[in-house]
Ligand binder design. Sequence first.
Ligand code: SF4
Length: 96
Amino acid sequence: MGNLDRRNFLKLSASTLVGLTLGGTALHAVAQEQVKADDPMAVAMKYVDKSAVAGANCANCMQVQGKDGEKLRGCNIFPGKLVHADGWCAAWAKKA
Ligand code: SF4
């Protein structure tokens, strides 16, 4: 491989890597989008971003995933989506 070929090869590899990384990030973003109010599951479960039920919200629900303190968290009821820590839905059950 000549010097020039080698340089082109390296350039190609670098841009391919960037492309793959961006592609992965985009897929991740799609899989982790926030639950929308018009999501059929959200409608069925009466999900809201801001709980109107005293003492009950996604952050203290047994279905929530992720870490305490995070504003947007995964939920077993909404696979691949994110719910708001202050949110609520009809499946709420107090975390033990
Ligand atoms: Fe929030 Fe409902 Fe998921 Fe519990 S089940 S974390 S209340 S969306």
